[in-house]
Ligand binder design. Structure first.
Ligand code: PA5
Length: 448
């Protein structure tokens, strides 16, 4: 098997001593066993573990056939979803497709991941003369952001194509049996795809949540799944030597216990920017609870070296850094020779951008280590669906293990409800009237 993901941590060898590692061998083996046997907290949400091998050929064929129909008939697919119902697809599509929407056919555009009229009105303008379809993605079917966005876009489609024709342009990805979106989809006869009940949002990229938009963008979803299935072999087992995800999970926990409360995942190529966004949600929602958890910060280098790079080099020393590095780009552009050294860059003429970027990476690694930031490196060898499948699985497994090492349930997100309850109360949702009055008084007392 061609392994396309590596994790290199020799550079933090002084922090990760054999003694410290040994201290984690037993708890990590237990965490792995809890996952494999389904005996740990949140065990009703571990369907993602075998997903790469369990997605049936019929399911893949159904997704591919819908994706082909869409690719042949539309200019734009609008995916409406938030959190785990959005980030995995966005990460994959940006990793494997051209940088600019104008170079993608069809375009997959995301909405419903915030509430902003200007964005939506620009989107309505963009789609005016385009052939469009909607993919509403919500496991619960009641999430506010995608829910209100879907209302606007569904109405726009119905106004344009008429009610009957517009239903053929709407695909609902949701719970197989229950929920408001499932009921609506059945009533309106939308095409539907099911999200397995035992897979939570942030672990759902390899279900139709991610697979359909990814396939519509032209990516080979079989290769993505087979990459993830390959990762099972090097991200499983009860020893660090066999299980790459376990190694990363342990290292994070060792550093966290030593006061490094923040992990910075720093990408070095723009194609990786949404993979780190996806990771931010995966780690933040999985670990940040019970008043513990490593705070996930993400940076995009070298861009951010000219922004918060100063902070990373010389700010508070409560961080550790994991570099996410793509080894091989698809193209190579060389720096032109102008026989003119006024910009002091003549010495680079004939060198590729990758050579310069790689040395920026190596230089940054050493500078940050010298500045007191423990650093390690995850590499992905190439921009391929197979490599991405391996990377997705590596991270999912690592964060699940890491959550168990932190002694939290990595598969729930009870804290997310707090803002929702307040928002419902402030918007006078029926049933929330008393709470709404209390909150409004509090805000008034604060002058808000
Ligand atoms: O990881 C999660 O479970 C969440 O981030 C959800 O994906 C997100 O809240 C969206 O939920 P839903 O798909 O029910 O609309």
């Amino acid at each position: 098997m061609d392994r396309k993901v590596t994790y290199e941590f020799k550079c933090i060898a002084d922090c990760i001593t054999d003694e410290k590692l040994d201290g984690y061998r037993k708890p990590a083996a237990l965490a792995e066993t809890m996952l494999q046997e389904g005996s740990g907290p949140g065990n009703d949400y571990i369907g993602w573990l075998d997903l790469p091998e369990n997605v049936s050929s019929q399911q893949i064929a159904a997704i591919q056939s819908t994706a082909k129909e869409l690719r042949d008939s539309i200019d734009i697919l609008i995916c409406i979803g938030i959190g785990g119902s959005y980030l995995g697809a966005k990460a994959a599509i940006d990793f494997l497709n051209p940088a600019f929407e104008e170079l993608r056919k069809p375009q997959v555009i995301f909405a419903g991941h915030h509430m902003n009229s200007d964005y939506l009105s620009d989107l309505l303008q963009l789609i005016e003369k385009k052939e469009v379809a909607l993919n509403i993605i919500s496991k619960s079917g009641t999430t506010t952001e995608p829910g209100i966005t879907f209302r606007v876009l569904r109405k726009a489609l119905e106004d344009r194509y008429g009610k009957k024709k517009s239903t053929k342009r709407i695909i609902a990805t949701t719970d197989p049996k229950t929920g408001a979106l499932r009921e609506l989809a059945v009533q309106e006869k939308y095409t539907t795809f099911a999200i397995p009940p035992d897979v939570g949002g942030r672990y759902s990229v390899l279900t139709p949540v991610g697979l359909l938009p990814i396939a519509v963008s032209g990516i080979d979803i079989k290769a993505l799944l087979s990459g993830a299935a390959q990762a099972i072999s090097f991200c499983s087992g009860t020893t660090i030597e066999d299980n790459l995800s376990m190694q990363y999970a342990i290292n994070r926990n060792i550093l966290f216990r030593e006061g490094k409360a923040i992990e910075v995942l720093a990408s070095f190529q723009p194609q990786l920017n949404f993979i780190v966004e996806w990771w931010k949600q995966l780690t933040g929602e999985s670990e940040g609870k019970d008043y513990t958890g490593i705070f996930p910060a993400i940076l995009n280098y070298t861009t951010d070296l000219h922004s918060v790079g100063q902070w990373i080099q010389q700010g508070a020393r409560n961080i550790f850094e994991t570099f996410l590095y793509l080894k091989k780009t698809n193209t190579t552009i060389k720096i032109p020779d102008f026989n003119d050294n006024r910009d002091e860059l003549q010495y680079l003429s004939g060198s590729s951008f990758e050579l310069v970027n790689e040395n920026a990476f190596r230089g940054t690694l050493l500078a940050h280590m010298d500045g007191g930031v423990p650093a390690s490196i995850i590499t992905v060898s190439e921009r391929s669906a197979q490599a991405l499948g391996q990377l997705f699985y590596f991270f999912e497994k690592a964060i699940a293990l890491s959550g168990y090492l932190l002694r939290v349930n990595p598969f729930n997100q009870p804290g997310v409800e707090a803002y929702k309850k307040n928002m419902f109360a402030l918007l006078s949702k029926p049933g929330y009237e008393d709470a709404g009055n209390r909150l409004k008084t509090r805000l008034k007392d604060m002058g808000l």
